[in-house]
Ligand binder design. Structure first.
Ligand code: DAT
Ligand code: MG
Length: 182
């Protein structure tokens, strides 16, 4: 185990609020570090991706169907949560698209209801998952893909999938703390 944790039993009022924040940050970092040292070494080797089951698919009752396809395709669930992004959080998540004409619509839609966020593991996860979800526009998506089956339009396209190992790591960390990964 790394470091000496500062016990929560010591009343936070004892410290200044700033110091108390610093202590929380340090304790969280230690949790993450301790947890990350228990992860398999190959967890760094490009075998993880990040996904969201988007609000349209949740509203349509397709969480179970989509998880079944993900499972059948051989992905292991590393982390998962049912949550909702505020418009500001959705804007942050999709900041790379901020100059695109559909950015406002995208942020409204992605914050319009709950999503399922997950980190998935499989060899070559990013590419394998992009294959499983299909093209952005369901009209162009191959037969048997998640978007072909469950997306209704280019904007409301049922699922997100990271487009690179680097973005998978950034997007996973956006939604999950190290201690939530298994
Ligand atoms: P993908 O989700 O396949 O990686 P992207 O990164 O180009 O696609 O775009 C992110 C999301 O933005 C996409 O899933 C849905 C929305 N979007 C993309 N192009 C759009 C368009 N032409 N009109 C409306 N929404 C669009
Ligand atoms: Mg993308």
């Amino acid at each position: 185990m790394w470091g000496v944790r500062i016990p929560a039993s010591i009343s936070p009022e004892f410290y200044s609020p700033r110091l108390s924040d610093r202590i929380n940050t340090i304790n969280e970092s230690l949790n993450t570090l301790n947890h990350s040292t228990t992860q398999p070494l190959n967890s760094m080797a490009g075998n993880r991706t990040f996904t969201m089951i988007k609000p349209d698919a949740v509203r349509a009752g397709n969480i179970g169907n989509i998880l079944q396809m993900i499972n059948a395709a051989g992905f292991r669930i590393v982390a998962m949560k049912y949550t909702q992004m505020s418009k500001a959080r959705a804007g942050e998540f999709y900041a790379v698209h901020r100059e695109r004409p559909f950015y406002g619509e995208l942020c409204d839609f992605m914050s319009s209801g709950p999503i399922v966020a997950a980190i998935l593991e499989k060899d070559n996860a990013v590419v394998a998952f992009r294959e499983l979800i299909g093209a952005t526009n369901p009209a162009d998506a191959a037969e048997g893909t998640i978007r072909k089956k469950y997306a209704t339009s280019v904007g409301e396209n049922a699922v997100h999938g990271s487009d690179s190992d680097e973005n998978a790591a950034i997007e996973g960390a956006f939604h999950f703390a190290g201690v939530e990964l298994f």
